[in-house]
Design a protein. Structure first.
Length: 357
């Protein structure tokens, strides 16, 4: 447990003390509660700065930090509603926004994506904490009542604005799409051992065959498939198309397409999948192209950006992912995501009864 994560957990540990100070009655209890709230609110800024400065940013921290903010603020607001210091609808608005973002994060985690706090989300947190501080202090200092009301209004506006921003930026997570079922293994970035087993169980005896075209994963998808006993029944082979020359020469990806959209694009991923399926004569194919890092290979596209495409007879579809982590983690997550998409496509083909290439 590093220092930034410890600071984040301290906000959770402070919640019972803070609630007790608000509910008990003794001289200065509101002032003490406001001071405690301010002190632990400052840890929200401190933990992020320390993590970035020391290079200890972790998936746990990205997930835990916004969760601690939500619980810290909401628990105080619930007590303030009970004390008659704030309207209940304010808590409903804030809670609804946080619930939607939590669902988005859960869906993202299932697809190998960690949705960390955005700048607008941090602004929302600051406005909420300022409003809560004023709401606490308005009881001993009635002159703050109108200022607290204005602060609450501003906090509500930023709460709604940041919520809509998250939904828009990650709208791909909530649109209906069968091939988006991607799971991480318990170890985080390591390959999901269940995925190749599930694929083997699905394809064995089905009559369906599979091929792969890999760029950033460099053969990982094929290795995960062939790690299963009996995979020779359904796995035909693959092409590791790391360079554009191989993409053009072995997979038939058009040079014009590569020049126009670049190797890391949904169009190229789909062309790779269709190309390997056509050349190896398989029922199904999956292709992976992306940027594993640590550098972006001279492009403006971010590290972790990945496009995975699956192809079957008369059908090809691609999906964008933005994986986080080091080079190894990103490649492992991409390989697992590719298998999950391949599993979904195989199920769809099996249900349709298509078994000929």
């Amino acid at each position: 447990m590093n220092i930034p994560n410890t600071l984040t957990i301290s906000r959770l540990a402070a919640i019972p003390m803070l609630m007790a100070l608000l509910l008990l009655r003794f001289p200065g209890h509101d002032q003490a509660a406001a001071a405690l709230f301010i002190v632990f609110s400052l840890t929200d800024t401190l933990d992020g700065q320390l993590a970035r400065r020391r290079g200890t940013v972790s998936d746990l921290g990205r997930f835990l930090d916004p969760l601690a903010d939500k619980l810290f603020v909401l628990s105080v607001l619930i007590v303030l509603v009970q004390e008659g210091l704030v309207a209940a609808w304010v808590v409903v608005v804030i809670f609804s926004r946080e619930l939607i973002i939590t669902i988005l994060r859960s869906v993202g985690a299932g697809q190998g994506r960690v949705i960390s706090a955005a700048p607008l989300g941090k602004t929302k947190t600051v406005t909420q904490m300022a409003a809560v501080t004023l709401l606490i202090l308005q009881r001993p200092y009635p002159g703050l009542v109108p200022i607290a009301g204005i602060a609450v209004g501003i906090a509500v506006v930023f709460t709604l604005w940041s919520g809509l921003d998250y939904v828009w930026r990650f709208r791909d997570l909530i649109r209906p799409f069968d091939t988006s079922k991607v799971r991480l293994s318990p170890s985080g970035g390591a390959p999901d051992a269940a995925a190749p087993q599930e694929l083997a169980g699905l394809l064995s005896g089905s009559g369906l065959t599979v091929s792969v075209a890999e760029s950033m994963t460099g053969g990982m998808v094929g290795a995960m498939i062939t790690g299963q006993p009996g995979s020779s029944v359904f796995f035909v082979g693959g092409v590791i198309a790391y360079s554009n020359d191989v993409k053009r020469g072995e997979l038939g990806v058009a040079a014009e397409l590569l020049d126009r959209v670049g190797a890391v694009s949904p169009e190229v991923a789909e062309a790779m999948a269709e190309g390997v399926r056509s050349r190896l004569g398989t029922n199904l194919a999956v292709a992976v192209t992306g940027i594993a890092g640590p550098a972006a290979d001279g492009t403006t596209k971010p590290v972790g950006l990945t496009y995975i495409a699956v192809a079957s007879q008369g059908h090809v579809v691609s999906r964008e992912f933005r994986f986080e982590g080091d080079r190894t983690v990103i490649r492992h997550r991409a390989a697992t995501a590719a298998l999950r998409m391949l599993i979904a496509e195989a199920r769809s083909v099996s249900r349709a009864g298509v078994k000929t290439a």
